[in-house]
Write a protein that binds this ligand. Structure first.
Ligand code: BTX
Length: 324
């Protein structure tokens, strides 16, 4: 409700001072009973609101939950993250984003979930998305581009996320083609780009982003424990504020996306190559039609991986898993 939002806004602006019930009811133009009811509701959601006789209320803690209020506070983007749909639990934010895209929701609309029960990766693989541990989200973009440029958006997203993580948390990341973000060799982020397109034009792109933020070692299933990590684990177990990270990611993504639409892929490509672990190395690419071994030359202007085989022949890889 709007009282709830205004109440949160007042508490956020008045971090240190107590505000009396009387003042709140005047400010928000409602009864003191209404104020009291909303404060009780906020407490049930995990907000910590102190009440002190004769002084009033003060908010001293917020739930570790992603909510629209918290993420949108101080968000400086024009589009990305300005419309957020939140779910406590959902099979996959991708599914919801696809539906919203088809309903015509605007570019930059985001679907967030605290938990995904059937989070998906590429090729029908699954993405482990335990409750409250990460940022599990899907973003709708509507670039006016031909469909064959869509893979560039995966690389763009990877670059934007790496830059956001590095600047916000001071953690060094590497990118493994096409969509893995690794920290100390382990996967911390996965990106899945899906498309609605006609023959010559993209209608919408759904960029699915899964970031292991506060996932603990025990929360990873045993088969992932050696392959996966979380930002918190890489920070020695410190708990990381998901809302601020989400905000920085939106800003970074929007900046990259706008530059890309204006100037094309070249500068993203350069940045991407600078973060890449696979380029310039001997690699094995496992594709659905078999294995290709060789030297990773780079990526094309389309975002396609080029591997030079021992006989000098160049293979163009559109989809594969890379082993270093
Ligand atoms: P991918 O196919 O490259 O990676 C999936 C593989 O990664 C799995 O087979 C497994 O080995 C490993 N894996 C699974 N879960 C995790 C995890 N939490 N951390 C590290 N490794 C893991 C990557 O696909 C694309 C993932 C996109 C996920 C987002 S979350 C929001 C959106 N909704 C949705 O359903 N998917 C996207």
């Amino acid at each position: 409700s709007s009282i709830r939002e205004e109440l949160l806004a007042v508490f956020n602006n008045e971090k240190e001072t107590y505000i009396s019930g009387q003042m709140l009811s005047e400010k928000l133009n409602c009864t003191r009973t209404a104020i009291w009811k909303h404060i009780e509701e906020l407490r049930n959601e995990g907000y910590v609101i102190e009440a002190v006789q004769k002084r009033g209320y003060r908010m001293t803690g917020r739930p570790d939950k992603l909510s629209s209020d918290v993420v949108k506070r101080n968000l400086t983007t024009n589009k990305i993250g300005q419309n957020i749909h939140f779910y406590e639990t959902t099979p996959s934010t991708q599914r919801i984003a696809h539906l919203l895209a088809q309903q015509g929701k605007p570019e930059g609309t985001v679907v967030f979930a605290e938990e995904q029960t059937e989070g998906k990766g590429r090729l029908d693989r699954s993405w482990h998305s335990p409750v409250g541990a990460g940022i599990w989200m899907s973003i709708i973009l509507r670039p006016n581009l031909p469909p064959q440029h869509a893979p560039q958006l995966t690389l763009l997203a990877a670059v934007a996320i790496v830059r956001a993580i590095e600047s916000e948390l001071n953690i060094t990341c590497e990118i493994k083609w096409p969509n893995d973000i690794l920290i100390n060799g382990k996967k911390a982020v996965g990106i899945l780009t899906e498309l609605h397109a006609e023959a010559d034009r993209i209608n919408s792109v759904i960029v699915g982003i899964g970031i292991n933020v506060n996932t603990t070692k025990e929360e990873f299933p045993s088969e992932l424990q050696h392959l996966a990590t979380s930002l918190s684990l890489e920070k020695g177990g410190d708990k990381i504020d998901r809302a601020s990270l989400a905000r920085v990611i939106f800003e970074s993504l929007e900046e990259m996306y706008e530059k890309y639409l204006e100037h094309g892929f070249t500068f993203i490509k350069l940045l991407w190559e600078s973060y890449s672990v696979s380029i310039g190395k001997q690699i094995i690419a496992r594709t659905i039609s078999g294995e290709i071994r060789g030297y990773a030359r780079g990526i094309t202007d389309e975002g396609v991986l080029m591997i030079e085989e021992s006989d000098g022949k160049i293979q163009y890889i559109h989809s594969a898993d890379i082993e270093l």
